[in-house]
Design a protein around this ligand. Structure first.
Ligand code: ZN
Length: 657
C-alpha cells in the first residue's frame, strides 16, 4: 500500500501566488465560495520555475471522458457518510460515536484507519476547486470542524484515528505497526488542501498543531532511533511514511518558520538522496510508493531552498523511473516494489501497476515540468493519465482499482463503497478530481497547452479565457477559442507529442499555418490575441509498437497516446469484480493468450480499424490461434484483456533480438 498528494501549489513560486491573488479565478460571478487564502508565501525562488501550473480553480473540465469520471467520483464523495468516516477519530478521542464503522482499511481494528479520511479531505477540496460544488465545501468544513474537536479532546496536538501507542511501538520496536506516519501524512495533506482550496483556516491550525506534536515527539529520539524509525529498505517496510517531508515543507512554505523546514528534512534520508543526486539507480527492491513521495519531498526542498542536489536527485529519479522502471502504461512496480532497471516483460503480473504510484509519479512530473517546461515530461503525463488513471475507475460503480493488472489474460478489479478503502481508493478519489491540474501552464507571457482535454481556462490576471473543445482521443482535433478583455500579446505553446510522426496540422482563424516543430516539442504561436480567435490543432494518430525493454518479442500496440488492449472475453471473470480484498482473484487461472505476428514496419497491414467504432481495431490474420479486437486500455472493464503480446516479426529473419 501507499501514497501521497499535493502539487506544488504551496510552493515554488509566483504562479501560485499570482493565482490566488485573483479573487475571481475559476469562479462564476454567482459562486459564493470564500476568497482564496493569500497563498502561502514562498521563499523567493521564482527564478527556479520555467512554467507554473494553474490552480485547479482556474480550470473547468467540460463534457467528455474525463468529465464522466469526475462526475462518478463526485457522486461517490457525496455518498459517503462523514460521521462514519469520523467514527474512529471520535472513538480514539473519547467522543461518543454511534455511527456504523466502515470496513476494509478503515475498519476500527485496521492499523491504517484514518488514512482515507485524509484523502477524503483532499478530494473534497480538489473537487470543490474543480467544480465549485458547495456540497463538497460543506462536507470538508464539517469533517475539519469535527476533527478539530477530536484534537482538542486529545489535548496534545495529536490527531489520528488510532492511539499514540502506535508511535510508541514504532519508536521502540521499529516495526509491529503498519504505517502510522503514512496515515498522519494523509490527514495533514488533507487539512492543507482544505486550507488552500476552501479557505479553511482551522484546517491549517490543526495541521500545524499536528506538526508541532510530531516535531516534539521526534526531538526526543536519538539519531540512531530516527534512522531505524525511517528505515524504509527492503520488502514491505513497516514504517512507510508517505509524504511527511512534502507536507512539512508545505507548512514551512506557509509559515516561513525554519523549524518546519528542519523537521521536514528529518524525513529526507541521505541514504535515499545521495545516490540519486550522484545519478546512481539504487531502486531495485525498494518499495516503490514509499520512495516516490520521498522524492516529491526532495522536489519541494529544492523549490524552497534552491539546493541543486535535491533537484538532481528528483530529476534523475524521475528519468530512471519513467524510462527504466515503467510499463507501457506509465505505471510501475511489481508487487509494489521496484525491480532492476529495464525488467518489464519478466514482471507482468496481476499485481503490477499500483495506482498510488501513478498518482505520485504524476505529481512528481508536475514539478519536473515546472522546472524544465519540456515536452518529454508532458508526454509522460499524458501517457500515464490516459493509460492508467483514466481506466482505473469502474464506469458502472465509480469504484477504483488497486493494481491495474498487466498479466496477459487477467482483468481489473475494483474496491467497494465501504469495505475496501485501500491506499489506491484513497488516491483514487483524488485522481478523478484533478484532471484540470496539468492541462495548461503559464509563465509571464507564455501559455502552454499540454493536454487535449475539453476544458475552460480562466486566466484572470491576463483578462483571458481559453475554451478547448475536443473529443480527443476519439477525434484527433482540438479547437481552442480565446476570449480576451483586450488584445493580448501572448506566446501560445502547443505540445506536439512524441507520437505525432505523421505531422500536426494547424489553423488560426481558419488559415493554415506551417507547423515548425518535431515530435516531442512545442509549436509556438506568438501573436496578439483577441476575442473570437480560434486555434484548430490536428494531431493525426498512427499505430506504433512498444517493445518490452527486456524482451523485444513482447510488444504492446499503441495508437497515438493510447495503449490498446485486446478484448479476451469474460470467461471465468467473477460476476462481481468490486471486492473488499484487492488480491481476491490473484489465483484465478487465466486462459492462454493469443500470440501475434506481422510486419513491425507496417502495422496498418494487419491491424485494421473497425468501422463505426472509434479507437477500435481488429487484427487481420495475425492472431494465433485467433485474431483479437483491440480497444483503448482505459475503456476495458469487466473482461479479460492483454496489453502485452508475444510477437513474431515477419520483417525479421530471426525472432531473437
Ligand atoms: Zn495504493
Amino acid at each position: 500500500m501507499s501514497s501521497l498528494k499535493t502539487c506544488f501549489r504551496y510552493g515554488l513560486v509566483i504562479g501560485c501566488a499570482v493565482a490566488v491573488a485573483c479573487p475571481v479565478l475559476g469562479q462564476t460571478p454567482t459562486d459564493p465560495s470564500p476568497p482564496a487564502i493569500p497563498d502561502p508565501a514562498f521563499i523567493d525562488q521564482e527564478n527556479l520555475a520555467q512554467a507554473e501550473p494553474f490552480d485547479l480553480r482556474q480550470v473547468r473540465i467540460l463534457d467528455g471522458i474525463c468529465k464522466t469520471n469526475e462526475d462518478l467520483d463526485e457522486k461517490y464523495l457525496l455518498s459517503l457518510d462523514p460521521d462514519r468516516l469520523l467514527h474512529n477519530f471520535r472513538v480514539n478521542a473519547g467522543i461518543p460515536s454511534t455511527a456504523q464503522p466502515l470496513g476494509g482499511w478503515e475498519d476500527p481494528k485496521c492499523g491504517l484507519r484514518g488514512h482515507f479520511v485524509g484523502h477524503y479531505l483532499s478530494a473534497c477540496a480538489e473537487m470543490y476547486a474543480a467544480t465549485g460544488d458547495q456540497q463538497l465545501l460543506a462536507r470538508g468544513t464539517y469533517v475539519v470542524t469535527e476533527l478539530g474537536k477530536c484534537q482538542d479532546a486529545l489535548g496534545s496536538g495529536y490527531l489520528s484515528a488510532f492511539p499514540t501507542t502506535a508511535f510508541d511501538t514504532l519508536e521502540t520496536k521499529y516495526g509491529g505497526v503498519w504505517a502510522p506516519y503514512y496515515t498522519i501524512h494523509k490527514i495533514m495533506a488533507g487539512l492543507l488542501d482544505q486550507y488552500h482550496y476552501c479557505g479553511n483556516r482551522q484546517a491549517l491550525e490543526i495541521a500545524i498543531k499536528m506538526a508541532d506534536y510530531f516535531r516534539g515527539r521526534m526531538a526526543k529520539l536519538t539519531p540512531d532511533q530516527i534512522d531505524k524509525v525511517l528505515h524504509t529498505v527492503g520488502r514491505g517496510p513497516q514504517n512507510e511514511y508517505g509524504g511527511m517531508s512534502e507536507v512539512l515543507h508545505n507548512i514551512y512554505a506557509i509559515t516561513k518558520k525554519p523549524e518546519y523546514l528542519e523537521f521536514a528534512d528529518v524525513f529526507d534520508r541521505s541514504w535515499v538522496l545521495n545516490p540519486l543526486a550522484m545519478s546512481q539507480d539504487h531502486l531495485d527492491g525498494l518499495h516503490a510508493n514509499t520512495h516516490i513521495p520521498q522524492v516529491i519531498g526532495f522536489a519541494r526542498h529544492y523549490e524552497l531552498t534552491g539546493d541543486p542536489r535535491y533537484q538532481r536527485a528528483a530529476d534523475y529519479f524521475w528519468t530512471q523511473v519513467t524510462e527504466h522502471h515503467s510499463y507501457v502504461t506509465g505505471s510501475n512496480s511489481k508487487a509494489e516494489h521496484f525491480l532492476a532497471p529495464d525488467v518489464e516483460a519478466n514482471a507482468l503480473g496481476a499485481d503490477t501497476g499500483e495506482t498510488c504510484n501513478v498518482y505520485n509519479m504524476l505529481k512528481l512530473t508536475q514539478h519536473i515540468f515546472a522546472w524544465k517546461a519540456d515536452a518529454a515530461s508532458a508526454d509522460y503525463y499524458e501517457l500515464a493519465l490516459y493509460n492508467h488513471i483514466l481506466g482505473s475507475i469502474d464506469p458502472d460503480t465509480g469504484m477504483t482499482t488497486y493494481f491495474m493488472s498487466l498479466k496477459p489474460g487477467h482483468f481489473k478489479i475494483y474496491g467497494t463503497p465501504d469495505t475496501s478503502f485501500w491506499c489506491c481508493n484513497g488516491t483514487g478519489i483524488e485522481n478523478h478530481a484533478k484532471y484540470g491540474a496539468a492541462i495548461y501552464y503559464h509563465h509571464a507571457d507564455t501559455l502552454w497547452v499540454n493536454l487535449f482535454i475539453p476544458s475552460q481556462l480562466t486566466w484572470a490576471e491576463k483578462g483571458l479565457s481559453v475554451t478547448q473543445d475536443t473529443t480527443f482521443p476519439e477525434s484527433d482535433e482540438t479547437t481552442l477559442t480565446i476570449t480576451a478583455s483586450h488584445p493580448t500579446p501572448l506566446k501560445v505553446l502547443l505540445r506536439v507529442p512524441y507520437w505525432e510522426t505523421k505531422g500536426a496540422l494547424l489553423k488560426i482563424n481558419g488559415q493554415s499555418q506551417a507547423v515548425d516543430a518535431t515530435p516531442g516539442s512545442y509549436v509556438t504561436l506568438d501573436r496578439t490575441w483577441q476575442t473570437g480567435d480560434k486555434i484548430e490543432f490536428t494531431l493525426p494518430m498512427t499505430l506504433h509498437l512498444h517493445r518490452a525493454a527486456d524482451n523485444p518479442n513482447m510488444v504492446a500496440i499503441m495508437y497515438g497516446p493510447l495503449v490498446l488492449a485486446g478484448d479476451l472475453g469474460r470467461d471465468g471473470v467473477p460476476a462481481n469484480d468490486n471486492v473488499s480484498k484487492n488480491n481476491a482473484f490473484f489465483k484465478i487461472p487465466d486462459p492462454p493468450v493469443p500470440g501475434l505476428s506481422g510486419d513491425s514496419t507496417d502495422l496498418d497491414s494487419w491491424i485494421k480499424p473497425v468501422t463505426g467504432q472509434p479507437l477500435t481495431f481488429t487484427t487481420l490474420n495475425a492472431g494465433h490461434p485467433d485474431d483479437v479486437q483491440l480497444k483503448p486500455f482505459y475503456a476495458i472493464h469487466h473482461q479479460r484483456y492483454s496489453v502485452y503480446w508475444q510477437f513474431s516479426d515477419s520483417t525479421r529473419t530471426t525472432s531473437t533480438p
